[in-house]
Design a protein. Structure first.
Length: 113
C-alpha cells in the first residue's frame, strides 16, 4: 500500500487532532502542513528546527511489519531516517527497541536508555 498524503493526514488527526505542531516519540517537532517536506524548518530561539514529517513503520516492513494502521506512526523525517528499518536503534543519546505488545498483538517503540 502506498501511503498517501490524505492517509497520513488522517493519522495525524487521529493522534494530534487539530494541533498545528506535535512531537514524535523522540521529541522531534512536526508541523502538520509539512508532511513529506524534508527541508521545512522553523526558527526557534535562534535555532533552525526541521519539522517535516512522514509515516514510520513501528515494525519495519523488512522485519515482517505491515501497513496496518496499528503499525504506523507520525514521525519527524529526521527521526524516521535515524530509526531506518532497524528494531533496535540509537537516536542521539536514547536507545529504542521495538517490542511486541502482549495479548493484543502489534508492536510499540520502547525507550531503553
Amino acid at each position: 500500500m502506498r501511503i498517501t498524503r490524505e492517509y497520513a493526514m488522517r493519522l495525524w488527526f487521529q493522534n494530534y487532532g487539530f494541533a498545528a505542531y506535535a512531537e514524535d516519540f523522540d521529541g522531534g517537532l512536526m508541523y502538520r502542513e509539512a508532511y513529506g517536506e524534508r527541508d521545512f524548518f522553523i526558527w526557534k530561539n535562534g535555532e533552525k528546527i526541521y519539522c517535516g514529517w512522514n509515516i514510520h513503520h513501528i515494525l519495519p516492513l523488512s522485519r515482517g511489519g505491515t501497513d496496518a494502521e496499528n503499525n504506523l506512526i507520525c514521525t519527524n523525517i529526521i527521526t524516521n531516517d535515524a530509526a531506518g528499518d532497524r528494531i533496535t536503534y540509537w537516536i542521539d543519546e536514547a536507545l529504542y527497541q521495538v517490542k511486541r505488545i502482549r495479548g493484543i498483538g502489534g508492536y510499540k517503540i520502547v525507550r531503553l536508555v
